[in-house]
Design a protein around this ligand. Structure first.
Ligand code: SF4
Length: 380
């Protein structure tokens, strides 16, 4: 593996992606009559996220279904337009480039080529009526129309060979239904790599595969990530997959809850010593991370129900479920901190990480057992 422990790059130009205070709010799907109302309810899918992605970075975003991880991933690679904040590729605002606003230094077409996606269902992303070769030639023809047919096919065959689809000429002439799920996922990976991208979003890219194939595919993704100097953003609902990828790549895990990143940092710190009570819930739910925690019959939350993202709880969004919640959590929103999005930095958005916060003097919420809870500091 390459040296990923180099100091953080502060210059906007040196980062591949930089998100600043990004929010994505959608109008909630509703019936026809309700849709005529001017004050249609807004789903706060992503709220106030700032994060940097340098070259050759690996970020695994994890959280329960509906936490906003896929929306955030799509926003990082410029597929989803934010409703607030900025998304920059090498210092160029993506959406200004698309809209032709201001001095556009990097054309939108170049940005689109540099940011690619692998979907959860590779079979669904491939045209069932087209041979693999046709599906793979299409993006190259679109983005690099001057490339000769010979060069195009040489590149496709080389990449098919690289992902273990040998002989590549034979695989290139198959239809998607003639490929296994793992082979379809490899074709999707080749399609993403054809553009020599800077960032690939892998959205639950291994969750449909069986366990043995999952590990093999994750290893292949990591090999290619390093070989092609590509940054990867992995989306996963399972902490064990996120840990496998982030640990092997010396990357980061970002844990999301109700549209916010609530804890982020190196996987050993986030998983072995979680600071946020919600990170502890995810760890509890992942038996192979710490079997001793499974001795707790009940999950370490007060309520199983996830609040509605249309109307998230005030203050700390986790306070309705948090077993450590106090009155201060209802009104005071905890912040991740200014350095939270930087590689190598671990931060948690919880008042318990601040030994001077008024949290420690406020009363436990109804339903929370009043116990002498130790303060959690970085020295603990
Ligand atoms: S801020 Fe309060 S409610 Fe939120 S996670 Fe920390 S202790 Fe729990």
């Amino acid at each position: 593996m390459s040296d990923r422990s180099s100091p953080r790059q502060n210059d906007d130009e040196e980062l591949v992606m930089s998100l600043d205070d990004v929010s994505v709010h959608f109008e909630k799907e509703q019936g026809f009559i309700d849709s005529l109302r001017k004050d249609a309810p807004q789903v706060q899918a992503v709220d106030g996220v700032s994060i940097d992605i340098p070259e050759n970075d690996v970020l695994a975003l994890v959280g329960e279904s509906g936490c906003g991880k896929t929306t955030l991933g799509k926003t990082i690679i410029g597929v989803q337009r934010p409703t607030h904040g900025s998304v920059k590729y090498r210092g160029q605002d993506i959406w200004d480039a698309k809209d032709g606003k201001g001095d556009v230094e990097i054309p939108y077409g170049d940005i689109r080529k540099a940011l690619q996606i692998i979907h959860q269902d590779p079979g669904g992303a491939l045209n069932p009526n087209q041979k693999v070769l046709t599906s793979l030639e299409a993006p190259l023809k679109r983005w690099d129309p001057d490339m000769s047919t010979e060069d195009r096919r040489a590149r496709i065959f080389a990449l098919l060979d690289r992902v273990g689809m040998e002989p590549p000429q034979e695989y290139a002439h198959r239809f998607p239904h003639q490929l296994s799920g793992g082979e379809q996922q490899r074709v999707a990976l080749v399609r993403a790599l054809l553009m020599n991208p800077d960032v690939i979003l892998a959205d639950e890219a291994v969750s449909a595969l069986d366990v043995s194939l999952r590990v093999e595919t994750m290893d292949l993704l990591l090999e290619l990530q390093e070989q092609f100097n590509t940054s990867f953003v992995f989306i996963s609902h399972t902490l064990s997959n996120a840990r496998y990828l982030a640990e092997k790549a010396d990357g980061r895990i970002g844990i999301m809850y109700l549209g916010e990143i609530i804890e982020i940092g190196p996987p050993d710190e986030v998983l072995n010593d979680p600071k946020h009570p919600y990170s502890k819930v995810l760890r509890w739910a992942t038996a192979d991370l710490d079997p001793s925690e499974q001795k707790m019959v009940d999950p370490p939350v007060r309520s199983i129900d996830i609040p509605d993202p249309v109307n998230p709880p005030s203050g700390c969004r986790f306070h309705t479920r948090c077993p450590e919640a106090r009155e201060a959590c209802k009104t005071d929103k905890p912040e991740l901190g200014a350095e939270a999005g930087e590689p190598g930095t671990r931060c948690a958005a919880c008042h318990r990480t601040d030994p001077d916060h008024e949290y420690w003097d406020s009363a436990p919420l109804d339903g929370v057992e009043s116990t002498e809870t130790p303060k959690v500091t970085d020295d603990d």
